[in-house]
Design a protein around this ligand. Structure first.
Ligand code: DAH
Length: 346
């Protein structure tokens, strides 16, 4: 009998270890602890035994019953826990994982450049202003000493708007330069004036690697007492070095613009060949970026300022060329082609 109990015990234990689900567990319970189980048979058979045997077998059988009930409960608990854990693993969110970044864009390289330019000039005391892109002929030309019939109007390749003034003359156009903003600024503000106006300008021309019919410029104007050409050069040198780095050279040469006298052209040392000469700079070592000069007395007079009392300098620089030179971009049209492979680099 004792042997039979031992045999039941080891069979029950090893079977229980392999049980993985509730159905298996219930079958096991019926087999080993149920009314028709081997153990129940043993307990029933006790009556036929001698008193001594009854005692020892009865005790062993009861101990086995307690043991089986105990290991059953343990197994049941263990199975419940693994079930909870595995559903938790399936359903839970791992909050330690890094989030997925939504694809967000960034500012266009030209906008980034404009912001950088504005930062540099703001730190030199310039206020940033905007003016209209559809401009009056007066501010684009007349106020800038470019009278009707002046040959420099022809160089500007204007896009006229189909709207006439009361004399029947077309009087509005897409501004051809940001100098129109400088004319507006000095007509409106009282000196001392330090204004910077970045924006889009339009020329009616075919596009190629260095031209587009829309591009950007910034124009700046300073009006004060005792302003000289040295202030103009100092301001633009400072800009070039802040934008391109301290070692970048800038060059001023005489040039003509109707709204300044004397007028200069601003060029910077070619970034590609460092001044030695290459195809980008047409072997000159220099790249023109804009014009500047001492504001013409006639322009000051038109704005109601006395050229005997105030002096002024102005400058106008193309924006696209600046990042082109800085990064060695060889085609201006890349900025406006909308190709994300290009734009994502900035
Ligand atoms: N507006 C001129 C252009 O687009 C550039 C320029 C030259 C602007 C001299 C200025 C200046 O303010 O003083 O070609």
């Amino acid at each position: 009998m004792i042997n039979q109990l031992e045999e039941i015990k080891s069979r029950a234990q090893s079977e229980l270890e392999h049980i993985k689900d509730t159905i298996g567990l219930e079958t096991w319970r019926v087999r080993y602890l149920g009314k028709k189980s081997d153990l129940t048979q043993v307990l029933r058979g006790l009556a036929e035994l001698s008193i001594d045997e009854k005692k020892s077998v009865g005790m062993a059988a009861n101990q086995l019953k307690l043991l089986l009930e105990d290991i059953f409960k343990q197994r049941e608990k263990a199975l419940q826990e693994t079930r909870i854990l595995s559903t938790a693993a399936k359903e839970s969110v791992d909050i330690t994982l890094p989030g997925r970044r939504p694809p967000i864009g960034h500012l266009h390289p030209i906008t980034q450049t404009i912001e950088e330019i504005c930062d540099i000039f703001s730190s030199m005391g310039f206020q940033i202003m905007a003016g209209p892109e559809v401009e009056l002929e007066y501010f684009n030309f007349d106020a800038l000493n470019i009278s009707a019939g002046h040959p420099s109007r022809d160089n500007m390749s204007s896009s006229w708007i189909d709207q006439s003034d009361n004399t029947g003359k077309k009087s509005m156009l897409l501004r051809t330069h940001c100098t129109s903003n400088s004319a507006r600024a000095i007509a409106k503000l009282k000196p001392p004036v330090r204004v910077l106006t970045p924006g889009k300008v339009y020329r009616y021309e075919a596009s190629d690697a260095t031209h587009t019919s829309m591009f950007h410029q910034f124009d700046g104007i300073v009006v004060d007492k005792h302003v000289t050409m040295a202030d103009l050069k100092g301001t633009l040198y400072e800009f070039v070095q802040r934008f391109f780095g301290e070692n970048r050279k800038a060059r001023f040469r005489c040039d003509f613009f109707p709204f300044v006298e004397p007028g200069v052209e601003l060029a910077i040392e070619c970034a590609v060949c460092k001044g030695r000469g290459c195809s980008l700079c047409h072997n000159t070592g220099w790249i023109e970026v804009g014009g500047a000069g001492m504001t013409h007395p006639e322009v000051l007079r038109q704005a109601g300022l006395d050229p005997g009392e105030y002096q002024s300098f102005a400058f106008g620089i193309g924006i696209e060329r600046l990042p082109m030179l800085r990064y060695g971009i060889d085609d201006i049209r890349l900025f406006y082609g909308g190709d994300l492979r290009f734009l994502r680099q900035f």
